[in-house]
Design a binder for this molecule. Structure first.
Ligand code: FAD
Length: 445
């Protein structure tokens, strides 16, 4: 659409042949051809886009790095994709204030590296941390293996810079953990998936970098024992900084078709545990831990140096990519159940005959349930299987998404299964903050 050519402070892509990459993210969905893709270089571009969107009735779809798994950044009908990859700004670390300022365009890996270079730690670590953008992680409230100890992105955000429906840039929050002048509007934007406006940057909370790691590869003799372990560890005062797992079916896939190192893995199921507390490499700590793990372990490998630690993590990092390559049309969900209900959840999956394999973040009950044959399954049956899965998680006190969000992929299920009061409140907020519905139309609510 040439109408966007004269936009200030922006690069515009409007040739249909150049728009194809923006019709995809990492979900199984595809978007509709947008009117254009705009890469803003300053607030004037966003202000003008908001003005025109309201005057001409089109929608604005924010996009980070496009690694989302819920279709949240995909263009819907009559929309312009606003791609933040060229948004300006630098990462600035303030060790005195234990915080860091960064633009939405900053790759998450650069944010984490900038903190680390000053001996500080920004914990959020989605497994896409080497490819996703900070803005996308804020908009989706991303989590990762570290969430079981450190929480999600929202727990590490002090202030959010955002451009809202008034076309103005605002900063919500300050560079301190103590800020109580009314409810936090910044937190309202975290996890809002682009529904309320554009996030242009943020001030993030940091903590001293852990200095010690104990990383263990734990093949277990019996799968059922693994399901008890997160609760037993927490009950005994051991809080892992990560507790990842592969169920027997995923382990079998890895063993049969995975890389060389995966083929040698013993056990019925597999876990990776990491502890990063001060003292976690001491003999006393390890002895206590091994007393708990020993009885369930088939074999146990404890990393004794950084190279071994990396080797253990490499198995985890490649799993979703490996499964995606082998089953390109699979559907991967990210439900959550409380740690204490894990056994009941897997018993329910068996009872409902949901043909799933599962891996993910056992330490906080966030499970990547994968329907590998989704592409070959009758769509009505697949919908039923997914609804059964979500209903089961919710019936056990969990939720249908722990980290990927709702976007387009889970919108129908979210609307059908959520408390009606929750949906009413979200719609009222949307109406108040975006009365003309210009931001990310057709998503979530
Ligand atoms: C291999 C792999 C592993 C993954 N592992 C994890 C994981 O462990 N944990 C996890 O949480 N996620 C994971 N993800 C999903 C994804 O990487 C995260 O959701 C990530 O935060 C998305 O960032 P992005 O920059 O790619 O955002 P995008 O995909 O571009 O956008 C995601 C959503 O955010 C909105 N958005 C983006 N930028 C802005 C902005 N500036 N202002 C307002 N709204 C905006 C979009 O409209 C969309 O709704 C994984 C993905 C892959 C491919």
């Amino acid at each position: 659409m040439d109408a966007f050519k004269g936009l200030p402070e922006a690069r515009v892509i409007s040739d249909p042949s150049d728009l194809a990459p923006f019709l995809q993210d990492e979900s199984h969905l595809r978007g509709i051809l947008p009117l254009a893709v705009v890469k803003p270089h300053g607030p004037a571009a966003l202000r003008e886009l908001v003005r025109r969107a309201k005057a001409e009735g089109f929608g604005l779809v924010p996009r980070g790095a496009g690694t989302g798994k819920a279709g949240g950044c995909l263009p819907t009908e009559r929309t312009v994709v606003v791609d933040f990859s060229e948004w300006p700004g630098e990462i600035q670390v303030s060790p005195q204030d234990l915080c860091l300022r960064a633009p939405a365009s900053a790759p998450l890996r650069d944010v984490k590296a900038a903190a680390e270079a000053r001996g500080l730690f920004y914990p959020p670590d989605p497994n896409s941390w080497e490819s996703c953008a900070l803005g996308g992680t804020l908009a989706t409230n991303a989590g990762g293996p570290n969430a079981c100890k450190y929480g999600m992105t929202r727990h590490w955000v002090l202030a959010v810079d955002a451009l809202l429906e008034d076309g103005e840039l605002h900063t919500f929050g300050i560079s301190s953990v103590k800020a109580n002048a009314g409810p936090s509007l910044g937190q309202l934007l975290i996890g809002s998936e682009g529904l309320f406006g554009f996030i242009t940057g943020a001030t993030l909370r940091l903590t001293p970098l852990p200095r010690e790691y104990t990383t263990l590869l734990l093949p277990v003799k019996r799968w059922e024992d693994l399901l008890e372990l997160p609760g037993r560890l927490c009950g005994a005062g051991y809080l892992p900084s990560a507790f990842e797992f592969f169920d027997p079916a995923v382990l079998a896939e890895l063993r049969a078709h995975g890389p060389e190192e995966a083929r040698r893995l013993p056990g019925e199921a597999l876990a990776i545990l990491e502890f990063d507390d001060r003292g976690s490499t001491s003999d006393a700590f390890l002895e206590g831990l091994l007393d708990l793990l020993g009885p369930v372990a088939d074999q146990l490998e404890v990393a004794s140096d950084a190279r071994q630690r990396q080797g253990i993590w490499a198995v985890r990092r490649m799993t979703s990519v490996f499964l995606k390559e082998r089953h390109p049309r699979k559907v991967s969900e990210d439900i959550v159940v409380p740690r204490s209900r894990l056994r009941e959840f897997f018993a329910g999956v068996g009872r409902l005959d949901i043909p799933a394999v599962t891996y993910g973040h056992l330490g906080d009950g966030n499970l990547h349930v994968n329907l590998l044959a989704a592409g070959e399954t009758d769509p009505a049956l697949l919908d039923r299987q997914l609804m059964d899965l979500f209903s089961l998680a919710i019936s056990l006190g969990g939720t249908l998404s722990g980290e990927h969000g709702i976007g387009l992929a889970k919108r129908d299920a979210f609307l059908a299964l959520s408390d009606p009061g929750h949906i009413r409140t979200l719609r009222a907020l949307k109406q108040a903050l975006d009365p003309q519905g210009i931001f990310n139309p057709g998503k979530m609510v």
